[in-house]
Design a protein around this ligand. Structure first.
Ligand SMILES: Cc1cc2nc3c(=O)[nH]c(=O)nc-3n(C[C@H](O)[C@H](O)[C@H](O)COP(=O)(O)OP(=O)(O)OC[C@H]3O[C@@H](n4cnc5c(N)ncnc54)[C@H](O)[C@@H]3O)c2cc1C
Length: 551
């Protein structure tokens, strides 16, 4: 939600979601909704909002949670995308094939039965768990696929209204225990409900009638969807195509270079999660990648900036998968809160962050430790610090910084170094007592466009030119910028972690699907293999006639 606020749309999303007064409690029932056994109390959004100004210690997110079903969120995001200048949204268009040649992507897409080619500088596969892009790059998945669960979407307009009355009787989730365990999740309009149940058991309609019929008679409902939900806890071994990443499309000596092709969201980490980890991780991927791609296209990023996307986001996805796994096997999954995964992830192995030598503080202690998300505080005038950040980098001048000659001199040098790179940097004074307390000991804090801290001042001043080069990915030899910088081999560490937690390698079903899909792809369009399009493109034959798109 903090990321959506940066985009200026959190208010619009909130207005479309579950009302702020609706309870977010979790209820455990014996067999039916009429027999509640225990209630796990959580504050409502209205309660959180009422106390929001009382907490100014960096422990609370700027935006409280929001229950917003994905089928409500996505049309709103589509409208926002369509209203954004320079963005062209093409629904009903399928990526069929692609290759990279001559430093650009040529993608073949199918729309309304017609095949066309599209040229782009970059391609981001945000194409979900069965990602075509990932499969074409030959990127494998590590982790585990568990037994699928059944999932149903039910329209039952008056069940919520007829749930037992009384203080906090309504809830957002009902975990039914007993002979036929299942979970009922109230959707944002309270008229739609999702029902999750183990693969084996009575039909979903019978389950629903057994648990809801006891509180609502006659029970009038419509089963809108029933399906299986594969329970995957998988992580792509790479987030972009490397030099060796062949698409298996017969390009042969033309070669396929995948470095301009990246994965984001479920394409990179197919993980069947509840509690917002799947969507939050996907949105945070996009927030990390978007400004780096923009910087690269604008020309002020060095090569390390785009490369840092995987170094930062892959470990964060591994954390989310591990947390999902812990929740999946917990005896009381509803009691597993994950604030450190949702808000406390830190980019410890990033090559574009000036890492301190000291170890990071405990997970989700509010901190400006470089790599962490900037904790939210209210300024003295009641506005949130996040709202005064610029759209590029922001150098926060903490109380005392503007009268400290060392700090003012360094701020000037850093601004000049950013200017030489043509990289955007705003200087923002932070007149706030809370900032003094929460961000103690650091006169200057450099914040990136995605809210993560890139550097903070310590006892001595680093070389401003080298620091600007480091955080914009322009440092050729990442070295000792602040006298304390080091780069870990994050991929090896993360792989080891996923290997320890889960089975290694792609599950057999996944291998089979990848094979089937590529066969399907090649067989369907034999008359116009992509290799011909690429060769034509390389000769420049029809370059100017093709639509050209950025990522
Ligand atoms: C039943 C269910 C319940 C879930 N519950 C939760 C939950 O409670 N909380 C939570 O956070 N997450 C939940 N998730 C996970 C969440 O939906 C995903 O993490 C999230 O949708 C990932 O977003 P994405 O954009 O990466 O992928 P997706 O939402 O899967 O979007 C991928 C898009 O790419 C398109 N596409 C695929 N191939 C191509 C192609 N070749 N060409 C063009 N387009 C293509 C697809 O049509 C789709 O529109 C749930 C998922 C399921 C299935």
């Amino acid at each position: 939600m903090e990321i959506f606020r940066r985009l200026g749309i959190s208010g619009r999303l909130r207005a479309a979601g579950l009302p702020a007064e609706a309870p977010l409690d979790v209820v455990i029932c014996a067999g039916s909704l009429a027999r509640p056994l225990a209630r796990h109390r959580y504050p409502t959004v209205a309660e959180l909002l009422a106390t929001t100004l009382e907490f100014n210690d960096g422990t609370r997110p700027l935006e409280p949670p929001l229950i917003l079903s994905q089928y409500t969120l996505e049309p709103l995001l589509r409208e926002e995308a369509e209203a954004t200048p320079g963005v062209s949204v093409r629904f009903g268009t399928e990526l069929v094939d692609f290759a990279v040649a001559g430093g650009a992507i040529t993608a073949m897409v199918r729309s309304g039965g017609r095949l066309r080619t599209v040229r782009a500088d970059y391609l981001v596969g945000c194409d979900g768990a069965n990602s075509t892009v990932r499969q074409m790059l030959g990127i494998e998945l590590n982790g585990e696929t568990r037994q699928p669960v059944r999932q149903a979407l039910i329209y039952c307009p008056d069940l919520y209204e007829r749930l037992p009355v009384g203080p906090g009787a309504r809830a957002i989730q009902y975990h039914v225990i007993g002979q036929h365990p299942c979970t009922l999740i109230v959707q944002d309009d309270t008229q739609h409900l999702a029902l999750h149940a183990p693969a084996a058991g009575p039909p979903m309609a019978a389950l629903f009638e057994a648990l809801a019929g006891a509180v609502a008679q006659p029970l009038s409902y419509k089963m809108l969807h029933e399906g299986e939900w594969p329970q995957q806890l998988l992580l792509a071994e790479r987030y972009s195509g490397g030099d060796a990443g062949g698409a298996g499309n017969g390009l042969g000596s033309l070669g396929v270079r995948g470095a301009r092709v990246l994965l984001a969201g479920d394409a990179a980490h197919p993980a069947s999660t509840t509690g917002s980890l799947g969507l939050s991780t996907a949105v945070a991927d996009a927030a990390d990648l978007a400004w780096k791609l923009a910087a690269t296209l604008e020309g002020w990023a060095g090569p390390a900036l785009l490369a840092s996307y995987e170094a930062e986001r892959r470990p964060a996805a591994a954390e989310a998968i591990t947390a999902s796994f812990a929740r999946a096997v917990a005896e009381e999954p509803w009691s597993v809160d994950l604030p450190e995964v949702e808000l406390g992830y830190r980019y410890t192995g990033s090559p574009v962050i000036a890492h301190p030598a000291a170890p990071p503080p405990a997970p989700f202690a509010p901190t400006t430790w470089p790599g962490a998300r900037l904790p939210h505080i209210w300024l003295d005038d009641g506005s949130p610090l996040h709202d005064v950040l610029g759209t590029g980098f922001t150098l926060l001048q903490m109380p005392g910084a503007t009268t400290d000659r060392g700090a003012t001199g360094f701020a000037r040098e850093l601004a000049a170094a950013f200017g030489r790179l043509a990289a955007p940097l705003d200087l923002v004074e932070v007149p706030s007592a809370a900032a003094q307390a929460v961000y103690a000991g650091h006169r200057l804090i450099l914040v990136r466009p995605d809210l993560h801290v890139a550097w903070r001042s310590g006892d001595s001043w680093p070389d401003a030119t080298a620091l600007a080069a480091l955080v914009t990915g322009n440092l050729r030899e990442p070295g000792d910028v602040a006298g304390e910088h080091g780069v870990a081999d994050e991929r090896r560490r993360v792989d080891q972690r996923v290997r320890d937690d889960h089975r290694v390698g792609p599950p057999p079903a996944q291998e089979q699907r990848a094979e089937d899909d590529s066969h399907h792809r090649v067989a369907e369009e034999p008359a116009q293999p992509l290799v011909q399009v690429i060769r034509a493109a390389q000769r420049g034959a029809d370059r100017d006639r093709q639509p050209r798109a950025h990522a």
